[in-house]
Structures are given as structure tokens and as C-alpha cells.
Ligand binder design. Structure first.
Ligand code: NI
Length: 168
């Protein structure tokens, strides 16, 4: 396994475009998904989308468990049901050091493929629903700050730049 490099807003075009569907369910894909799990845990994320490591493919990993041992992958995911709406606190590994509230459906049902190409459905409320929407947004080139006003967006991006300078 290998750690992948997480790219930041807006240092990589993959973050801002519609990712390509996965058509080959092979060894190479399986290895990439393992690397995404490792990277998600290393970065302490509840989710990671392939565009965040510079790969424009419709793949995302999720683990919202406290124990950090219930990771799963959604490949070519689609939201097939949604319900409710609430403002939820969002953060993103690609916009480190920033948080804000964004509108999200309270409930979603998602149809996706696993690493072998098998279709499955997953549904959830609250954090799981939020996380699924956040990751699927990534696959459509959308980040949480895109829901905010241009002013708020600029403020958060400045905050991120300060955060990154401190990190160095
Ligand atoms: Ni994110």
C-alpha cells in the first residue's frame, strides 16, 4: 500500500471537473482503493474522493465509524433517494483548516458498485448522509465552499492559505 498525495483547492484541475466513470474492475483498481483507504485514515478523514488525490475517476471511500474500521468504497455512485434538509457543518481535506455550514439532505439512498463491480445500495441519515453527499459532490467537481457566497468563499480560502503556511 502507499499513501497518496491530497491536493488542495484549487491546485489541481481534477477537483473541479466531472470525474470519469470506472469501467475496469481489475487489480489496478483494487490497489488504488487500498491506497485510498490508507490515505483517508492517515489524513483522519471520514471520506476521500479520487479527485482529491488528483485522479478524475468516480471513486470515493468512506468511514464514519469511531473505531475507524468500517471503511467502504462507492464506485460510480448515484443518489437514488433523498429526503429532508438541514444545515450541516462541513470540512474537507482539500480545504484544510476551514469549516462552515452547508445545506444537505437529512437522508439519502445511494446505489454504487463495489471494488468487484457488484452493485449495492447504502442508505443513511445524519453524518453518513452528509458524507455520501459530500463525496459524490467531489465526483461532480463540487466542493462544500461552492455552496457559500463568493465573499465567504474568499474568506475561507484565505484561511486555508494561512493554515497551509503554518503547517510548513
Ligand atoms: Ni471533501
Amino acid at each position: 500500500m502507499a499513501l497518496l498525495k491530497v491536493v488542495y483547492y484549487s491546485y489541481h484541475p481534477a477537483l473541479h471537473k466531472i470525474a470519469e466513470p470506472v469501467t475496469q474492475f481489475d487489480e489496478k483498481l483494487a490497489k488504488f482503493v487500498e491506497d485510498m483507504y490508507e490515505t483517508m485514515y492517515h489524513e483522519n478523514g471520514v471520506g476521500l474522493a479520487a479527485p482529491q488525490v488528483g485522479v478524475s475517476k468516480r471513486i470515493a471511500t468512506v468511514d464514519i465509524s469511531e473505531e475507524r474500521n468500517k471503511a467502504f468504497v462507492i464506485i460510480n455512485p448515484e443518489i437514488i433517494e433523498r429526503g429532508g434538509e438541514e444545515l450541516m457543518e462541513a470540512g474537507c481535506l482539500s480545504i484544510p483548516g476551514t469549516y462552515d455550514k452547508v445545506p444537505r439532505a437529512t437522508f439519502v439512498k445511494v446505489r454504487a458498485q463495489d471494488v468487484n463491480g457488484q452493485f449495492f445500495e447504502i442508505e443513511g441519515n445524519g453524518l453518513l448522509a452528509h458524507c455520501l453527499q459530500h463525496e459524490i459532490d467531489h465526483l461532480n467537481g463540487k466542493l462544500y465552499i461552492d455552496y457559500l457566497s463568493p465573499l465567504k468563499k474568499r474568506t475561507l480560502l484565505k484561511k486555508m492559505e494561512k493554515f497551509l503556511k503554518r503547517e510548513k
